[in-house]
Write a protein that binds this ligand. Structure first.
Ligand code: GLY
Ligand code: MN
Ligand code: MN
Length: 459
């Protein structure tokens, strides 16, 4: 009875972190099969994957938030893993070397209940002993070390490209377990977005909106997959706006919020733009972009190239520019002159998973060949052909960015622009609508809209 409060808190934590055993097992089987193939192709007998340790700030004794090596998180999706490592040698049970130091400054990590069913386990209080055990177990195996730096005592090749390229390429396809994690992250993120919208309509500042988002999505800053972007009015035109103004500008008309949430390391990446009735034509622009974004997602199917989707988005944007009278020429002429690139200077989207911008977006082969984006579209992070099982974002935007507009004025396309209208909309900043989709056998499942619909049903 003496420890009942602590016991209850611990149980709740464990329940939150519990995993669907069957799904996780199937995930591990699939990861093991991929790694076995990749090791064989790259000529290695084993891989050691290190979770890593937090990075210290310069001349400081404080550390940045810890992010585990994503290749480690793929095997062991549990945030309490500082200093841990995993040895995978085909034919042997994967072995987890868990680091649990004696510490009274911090709460040492605990192994989750589910770990024992899937790994051979060894727990070490001392990191040198952990390293020594790794050295012993990997002896005489040609070993690749996947991590920030390999300890000198280990005879292993650090991040060999022949292996890492294959591992990166493969991460684009998600297992059912990974999709379930993303769905769970999405539910938290959507709860946050709905609260953020309400905080905006209640008169909140950027800081108030951020606080509402964190509270409703039940996250601390350290839990976030990326820093929240909360921009009112002109700040919506700063693509990765990083501040949180404590006061709200008088007469605010627009909120752009790009914020995610994570579950077992998998993060969603959602953007919504909200306007007040005073926003006028800009509010219509938000609705029109939302419609175009959904239309674009409807065209997704395996075999389509993501570059084609990106270019189709630019064609749709040019139609919007024409329809709203922002350009005087035809949509086709605006596209030919690259006018939409001023209004939408980032890529349509990126792979999503353990990293917000998941690796391998330009990789055209497991061996590491790369397909860079077409000229003029260098910021596009995904150039692969779309295949079932991939998860990526679709995030068109339309912004009034003074720096880019100034450039456009000097270019031939600038003559086609309705500058007075552009100037009148510039104080509204911009709009972005970002959803996360899972490619299916014959289309795409919109994980983000499904989570919003679910939240509405249960409201
Ligand atoms: N939140 C960053 C992005 O949308 O890519
Ligand atoms: Mn994104
Ligand atoms: Mn985003």
């Amino acid at each position: 009875m003496k420890h009942s409060r602590i016991g209850a808190a611990r149980l709740k934590w464990v329940a939150m972190e519990s995993v669907d055993e069957q799904q996780y097992q199937a995930h591990l089987r699939s990861v093991a099969a991929q790694w076995e193939q990749a090791l064989e192709a790259a000529g290695f007998a084993a891989a050691i994957v290190a979770a890593g340790v937090p990075q210290r700030h310069l001349f400081d004794d404080l550390e940045a938030f810890f992010r585990p090596n994503p290749h480690f998180a793929l095997w062991f999706p549990h945030r309490g893993c500082v200093g841990a490592a995993l040895l995978f040698a085909p034919g042997r049970r994967p072995k987890l070397y868990f680091h649990r130091p004696e510490d009274y400054w911090h709460l040492p990590p605990d192994l989750p209940d589910w770990a024992a069913a899937h790994f051979e386990l060894a727990v070490f209080a001392d990191s040198e002993q952990l390293e020594e055990a790794l050295r012993r177990d990997a002896k005489r195996l040609r070993t690749a070390f996947i991590g920030a730096r390999a300890p000198a005592s280990l005879d292993a090749e650090l991040n060999p490209a022949s292996l890492v390229n294959r591992l990166h390429h493969q991460r684009a396809w998600k297992t059912d377990f990974e999709v379930a994690c993303l769905r769970q992250a999405m539910a938290s993120g959507v709860a946050g977005h709905l609260a953020a919208r309400d905080a905006y309509y209640d008169g909140g500042s950027e800081f108030d909106i951020l606080s509402a988002y964190l509270s409703a999505s039940k996250q601390t800053e350290a839990d976030l997959p990326y820093p929240c972007i909360v921009g009112l009015d002109e700040h919506a035109a700063v693509l990765h706006y990083q501040h949180y103004a404590r006061s709200r500008p008088p007469g605010s008309r627009v909120l752009l919020i790009d914020a995610g949430a994570s579950c077992r390391g998998y993060g969603c990446d959602i953007t919504r733009t909200w306007a007040t009735p005073e926003a006028g034509a800009f509010a219509e622009l938000i609705n029109a972009l939302d419609e175009q974004q959904r239309g674009l997602i409807d065209t997704i199917e395996p075999g389509l190239h993501y570059v084609e989707l990106h270019l189709a988005m630019h064609r749709r944007l040019c139609e919007l520019l024409r329809r709203f009278g922002l350009v005087k020429c035809s949509a086709a002429a605006a596209f030919e002159q690259g006018v939409s690139q001023t209004f939408m200077p980032h890529g349509l989207g990126h792979l999503l998973g353990l990293q917000t911008h998941d690796v391998g977006g330009w990789q055209s082969s497991p061996q590491g060949d790369e397909a860079p984006p077409p000229k003029g579209h260098e910021t596009l992070r995904l150039t692969r052909s779309i295949e079932a099982g991939m998860v990526f974002t679709v995030e068109p935007g339309l912004y009034f960015i003074p720096m880019l507009l100034r450039e456009l004025r000097t270019q031939p396309g600038g003559a086609e622009v309705n500058w007075p209208l552009v100037e009148s909309l510039t104080p509204c900043g911009g709009v972005r609508i970002e959803d996360n989709v899972l490619v299916t056998a014959d289309g795409a499942s919109n994980l983000t809209r499904a989570a919003f619909a679910q939240a509405q049903r249960t409201a």
